[in-house]
Design a protein around this ligand. Structure first.
Ligand SMILES: CC(C)(COP(=O)(O)OP(=O)(O)OC[C@H]1O[C@@H](n2cnc3c(N)ncnc32)[C@H](O)[C@@H]1OP(=O)(O)O)[C@@H](O)C(=O)NCCC(=O)NCCS
Length: 274
């Protein structure tokens, strides 16, 4: 499976799912009674997976229990994967936790020996759809820049950088309802779409954030990795349509980027800055 639509079409929502390689897991939405099994999943991760998930090293059982807590009354939702015939054991969990009324933070954890079998893609599709149904506009993920698998999973959703973070982590947002993620409601008049490659704000972009602008950074199209520009492909991009200002900083000589720049010049010449 490669596209978001394909995964959504084949989604499990709850029930058995056959993974790449032939193993089967059962997906279900979790409740508070699953907290300890999720904590065991967290402490059973390899050091590398634990670092990718929690941005530190291995975590203690006490910290795992705190991080694993499932409390649907807060608006969070948690999807877990169990192995048939192995009660009490979970091999994956994915959750979103509300940040505010529009954004929820995403976290996915797959036990090492179940990674690479398609489970992460399925959980992500389910969580995005669940968050959309629950009324969230966007999902946010803090992703280690070395986490190629997670970046790869997010690519077809069309992520944007929402905030500047430290050197090793990116704060990425995807839409929970399809298409590109938009800007926060209530930020009209201060919305700046920056189109810039790289993981960190250029100096001018940092200055915009500091001045109080609501900045979203789009890395532009990369057709080789399955990231098209929706503005070029379909004529629609929520991010560009909602922006008050657009700062194109993509390489004009890149054949993937030239049509994006042309579309901006044609449609919103008075919004262009820089
Ligand atoms: C990141 C993670 C959630 C991905 O889940 P998964 O079940 O392993 O992922 P899937 O098997 O669904 O898909 C992985 C995809 O990434 C690709 N991939 C794997 N490693 C990659 C790399 N280094 N660079 C680019 N792509 C990579 C695979 O080829 C696959 O792509 P495909 O489906 O197009 O073939 C999982 O590995 C995990 O839990 N890691 C540890 C914790 C973590 O990083 N959580 C995310 C923090 S929010």
């Amino acid at each position: 499976m490669t596209s978001v639509d394909e995964v959504r079409a084949a989604r499990a929502r709850a029930g058995p799912v056959r993974l790449r390689g032939g193993r089967t897991v059962v997906l279900r939405w979790a409740g508070p009674e699953d907290t300890q099994a999720i904590a065991r999943l967290f402490t059973g991760l390899s050091q590398e997976s634990s670092r990718s998930r929690f941005h530190g090293g291995l975590i203690s059982p006490a910290v795992a229990s705190r991080l694993a807590r499932v409390d649907p009354s807060t608006g969070m939702a948690c999807l877990v994967a169990a192995v048939p015939g192995e009660p009490g054991r979970l091999v994956a969990e994915g959750r979103y936790v509300p940040v505010d009324g529009e954004v929820a933070e995403l976290g996915i954890t797959i036990l090492d020996e179940y990674q690479g079998a398609g489970l992460g893609r399925i959980l992500l599709a389910e969580l995005a759809e669940g968050a959309g149904r629950a009324g969230y506009a966007r999902l946010r993920a803090l992703v280690n820049l070395g986490n190629g698998a997670m970046l790869h999973l997010l690519e077809p959703y069309g992520w944007v950088r929402a905030e500047e973070t430290d050197f090793s982590v990116a704060c990425l947002e995807i839409s929970a309802s399809g298409g590109m993620p938009g800007f926060p409601a209530g930020s009209a008049g201060r919305r700046v779409l920056v189109e810039q490659r790289g993981w960190h704000d250029a100096r001018a972009v940092a200055a915009l954030r500091q001045a109080g602008y609501e900045v979203r950074v789009c890395a532009g199209p990369r057709l080789r990795t399955g990231r098209p520009c929706p503005l070029v492909a379909s004529g629609r991009c929520r991010l560009a349509e909602e922006a008050d200002l657009i700062a194109p900083m993509l390489p004009a000589e890149d054949p993937d980027c030239a049509p994006v720049l042309a579309a901006h010049r044609r449609r919103w010449p008075d919004r262009l800055i820089g």
